[in-house]
Design a binder for this molecule. Sequence first.
Ligand code: GDP
Ligand code: MN
Length: 376
Amino acid sequence: MDLYEHQAREVFKGYGIAVPDAAVADHPKEARRAAELLGGRVVVKAQVKTGGRGKAGGVKLAADPAAAEITARQILGMDIKGHTVRRVMLAQPVDIQDEFYVSYVLDRAAGMFLAIASAEGGMDIEEVAATRPEAVARIPVDPAGGVTEAKAAEIAAAAGLPPETADVLVRLWQVLVGEDALLVEVNPLVRTADGAILALDGKVTVDDNARFRQARWDDASEAHGGDPLEAAAAAKGLTYVKLDGQVGVIGNGAGLVMSTLDVVAGRGARPANFLDIGGGASAQVMADGLDVILSDPDVKAVLVNVFGGITACDAVAEGIVRALDAVHLTQPLVVRLDGNNAARGRAILDARAHPLVEQVTTMDGAAARAAQLATR
Ligand code: GDP
Ligand code: MN
């Protein structure tokens, strides 16, 4: 679970990390009042659980409370990478001298955490990392030892950060441990004209396995990271994860679906989602799954990959046929049925003869066809 910036800001404050004074608002009028209390000039910031708000026009300076109201009206309701802005944070503007990047992230492969830091923070850290990796320091952090003052000094020196950032690096580690976080990130961490070190933006990802003891952030409407498709799928009881490709994928069994994602990728396309319809694969589940997948505008083709075990392929085919009656199919659907009663299943789909439905008998062949249809 990701926290909003304003929640991350609160957490940082609780651990003694300096942050600008701020308030949140759901309405432009409220934004105006908040700006009045904060001294007039404010930065108006969209509260959405995605990065790149600055570039998307979701971070704007307002000169006075009237301007804050107008700016809040522009930003509220804005769509940033599929996330609707429902709330803004108003923050006291800061006179920035230098912008740094610092984060701690779990490195699963190494069984360690990784401190990532750069003296070139701000909005383009991804670009810095891609074009000049030497400007981004990556220092392993053993969770048993943690980030001591000495370790913090080592990280700051490796990244070319001023030594006075070491204190924030120690506290940020305490945030990670105390909040059961998998990631804490500050971008930018700034040095102001008068030498103060402030966290101007924050991201905290709390480990979902620790939510039982971090329940204060729980908000039913915000489960699933605010992703609208994941929320819609969860409401229908589907095991669905949104990915960023163009081939919608439905399969039975998590292992088969994961392999299907790999095979789609191996055929030169990218999966748009993970969706496991489980053992039952009823018509309703199939229709619900197709419905969610087809409402993703990135999806250009759908691949159904089913290996009949206890669930026979003819039952799955019946499910697909009934789903085709319930859902308006807008993209080609490639179906691969194999295993128990595959021949009967295929015959049922052939008899339905839907113009957008094709059958391919092998997993690799079906993935190749779906990839071809999605990328043509
Ligand atoms: P992001 O684009 O989602 O990462 O949003 P940020 O909160 O990081 O804001 C983007 C950029 O806006 C920052 O890198 C800063 O350069 C700028 N910014 C944000 N707050 C302030 C502020 O108080 N003063 C100034 N001068 N710039 C700010
Ligand atoms: Mn940022």
